[in-house]
Design a protein around this ligand. Structure first.
Ligand code: NI
Ligand code: MN
Length: 236
């Protein structure tokens, strides 16, 4: 007789593009907590084994250096950004788009995003490579964090290759896609559940998640979990 153990993965939105994904490992993405008016936790309250950073902008790098050092976490980002972290004394894994790294059955695949990327280093602006997204595979669940991006047709290819069931995507507009574009992105990827992010942090990205939920759920077989900062979703 075979027993199938169903392990739930818990996805907690900490505000803006920051998520803590907890399963057999603790994975933190884009930890912008200090200086984030909507952050659900302080940087010293977060525990992580892995930290993924999608690009060099301040609202994504955030407290990555601080948390990586305190938790001795593995930081994963694009090669050019890893050189910035190396200067800060954080030994990071500098991979690139299309690559996958695997740690004891948990994998991280770097995928493209349509955005811009540089990083501020002591008042100086330096290049930080390309902006990216990640597909995280943990405990049989695949989660696609798009990073800051516009909708692009290659999302279909990302869907075909990695079959994400949960998609974390921006709806705020101005810096990223807004509601209409995010709806199109879900049409391309067809996940089971979508969690909107990157909105209501600042006045310029004010957005109504209920409007997004209504639009998506009336047209697609995708459930929208419009979390409040600090709230979690369990999957499956
Ligand atoms: Ni950005
Ligand atoms: Mn951003």
């Amino acid at each position: 007789m075979k027993f199938e153990v169903v392990i739930m993965v818990e996805i907690t939105w900490l505000g803006h593009a920051c998520f803590l994904i907890t399963g057999s490992k603790k994975v933190l993405i884009d930890p912008f907590l200090s200086g984030n008016p909507t952050a659900a936790r302080k940087p010293e309250e977060v525990e992580a084994e892995f930290i993924l950073v999608t690009h060099g902008h301040g609202d994504h790098v955030g407290d990555a250096e601080l948390i990586a050092k305190r938790c001795n976490a593995k930081l994963i980002c694009i090669y050019e950004l890893s050189r910035y972290f190396a200067k800060k004394g954080v030994e990071s894994i500098g991979m690139n788009i299309g690559g996958t790294v695997n740690f004891e059955g948990v994998s991280f695949t770097m995928v493209p995003a349509v955005h811009s990327a540089d990083v501020e280093d002591g008042g100086e602006i330096i290049s930080a490579g390309n902006p990216v997204g990640f597909v995280i595979s943990m405990d049989g669940v695949k989660i696609y964090h798009t990073g800051d991006t516009f909708v692009f047709s290659d999302m279909q290819l990302i869907a075909k290759l990695y079959k994400p069931e949960v998609m974390l995507l921006p709806i705020g507009g101005f810096y990223t896609m807004g509601i209409e574009e995010a709806y199109r992105a879900l049409q391309l990827v067809k996940p089971k559940v979508a969690v909107p992010m990157h909105y209501n942090t600042f006045p310029v990205i004010q957005q109504d998640p209920e409007k997004f939920k209504k639009l998506v759920e009336s047209k697609l077989k995708v459930r929208v979990a419009a979390l409040k900062p600090g709230e979690s979703l369990k999957y499956p």
